[in-house]
Write a protein that binds this ligand. Structure first.
Ligand code: PGA
Ligand code: ZN
Length: 419
């Protein structure tokens, strides 16, 4: 077992682990967020200002080499749960702050890949014991705002969900065609300087209001020849902790109370075919999230990212409160594959939807594509159909759809039915 410091899509260091069994080896790399939830597991950074402005990950590598490896060497990689629990015990903290979730996750994901390889199976097939066959609807973030782009948009991500397609392949085609039409629409309105892309490959046009972004998106969908509300649906990640100041939300030139914000979202969801709203309220506000879910949850997915951080105890609290009706699943928020899958299982058992997600800082690792198929959860959020670190996830899903052949099932419209 060994660790390496590599770069992510923002050019910042991240951890890659390689695990060997005789002459076979597999590696996995860890992503990194920008608008991270307060309760995420710790991403261990060196803090040495002389290297990568403090963002180096040599301490995490040392933990892999000196603490994790001696405990795990000799174990069978097919024992994913025991391996992950051995790392959880070795760490001994509630948020992986001793070893670093970047150290544990790199090892955890590499273990799963090695095990699949030893079994001679594709990762999704191995992870699901042969039951993974649902290709997810991609939630494609085509307009970037918030912390992911330098625009006036407070909402961080505007997504298209081509759920009406017949297959994942066709959904990807729709997403790509809409993306390129959107580029033309933005260019004609705002000029060439407006078609640069943000961290997740979406455009970052000089828009200031949520409504404008949704309008431009709707125009692109129809000009691309698709019908919004039939072929393609809209979604957004408010990532609202980022624009919440002392319980007030500063958005679109206004200061809104949680009640006013809920009303604002509801009007948007009634004016556009929106089926996905992520983190509508700040990450500690289970109460307003629950109220909002009661109000719109029968037709809109209310997705919990920063509020749940892929953490079983936060999710349990949410389920008890009736907050949200979907879980955003990010493996690096919790630091092991086993714990992430536990969170997904808890969500699904309680009729919450699960959306497997990338981070804004990504690598060429495609584990999340296999995980989405293995969980049969029906949705993946992996950015715009642009930038290699995003495309590689979608291309992996094309491979899986092909490999499954007639067994493949595209989640389609059912995936967006809020439960
Ligand atoms: P992050 O953003 O990866 O920067 O946290 C993604 C999200 O908020 O969903
Ligand atoms: Zn989010």
């Amino acid at each position: 077992m060994s660790g390496r410091e590599i770069l992510d899509s923002r050019g910042n260091p991240t951890v890659e682990a390689a695990i060997y069994s005789d002459d076979i080896w597999e590696k996995a790399a860890v992503p990194s967020g920008a608008s991270t939830g307060t309760h995420e597991a710790l991403e261990l950074r060196d803090g040495d200002p002389k290297r990568y402005a403090g963002l180096g990950v040599l301490k995490a590598l040392r933990n892999i080499g000196e603490v994790i490896a001696p405990k795990l060497i000799g174990l069978d990689p097919r024992q994913q749960s025991s391996i992950d629990h051995a790392m959880i015990d070795l760490d001994g903290t509630p948020n992986k702050s001793r070893l670093g979730a970047n150290a544990t996750l790199a090892v955890s994901l590499a273990v799963s890949k090695l095990a699949a390889r030893l079994e001679g199976k594709s990762l999704y097939d191995y992870l699901s014991n042969g039951n993974g066959r649902t290709l997810p609807v991609p939630a494609m973030n085509v307009i970037n705002g918030g912390k992911h782009a330098g625009t006036g948009l407070k909402v961080q991500e505007f997504m298209v969900l081509p759920a009406g397609a017949k297959s994942f392949t066709e959904a990807l085609r729709a997403g790509s065609e809409i993306y390129h039409t959107l580029k033309r629409v933005i260019e004609s309105k705002h000029g060439r300087q407006a078609i640069n892309v943000g961290d997740e490959g979406g455009f970052a046009p000089p828009l200031n209001r949520t409504l404008e972004a949704l309008e431009v998106l709707s125009q692109a969908i129809s000009e691309a020849g698709y019908s919004a509300g039939k072929d393609v649906f809209l979604g957004f990640d408010a990532a609202s902790s980022e624009f919440c100041r002392n319980g007030t939300y500063e958005i679109d030139g206004k200061k809104l109370s949680p009640e006013e914000l809920a009303e604002f979202y509801e009007q948007l969801a009634k004016s556009f075919p929106i089926r996905y709203i992520e983190d509508p309220f700040e990450q500690e506000d289970f109460e307003h999230t629950a109220q909002f879910t009661r109000k719109v949850g029968h037709w809109v997915q209310v997705v919990g990212d920063d509020i749940f951080v892929t953490n079983v105890s936060r999710l349990k609290k949410g389920i008890d409160a009736g907050a949200a009706n979907a879980l955003l699943l990010k493996v690096n928020q919790i630091g092991t594959l086993t714990e992430a899958v536990d969170a997904a299982k808890l969500a699904l058992a309680n009729h919450y939807r699960v959306v497997v997600s990338h981070r804004s800082g990504e690598t060429e690792d495609t584990t999340i594509s296999d995980l989405a198929v293995a969980l049969n959860c029906g949705q993946i959020k992996a950015g715009a159909p642009c930038r290699g670190e995003r495309i590689v996830k979608y291309n992996r899903l094309l491979d899986i759809e092909k490999e499954l052949g007639t067994k493949a099932h595209f989640a389609g419209l059912n995936a967006l039915q809020a439960s």
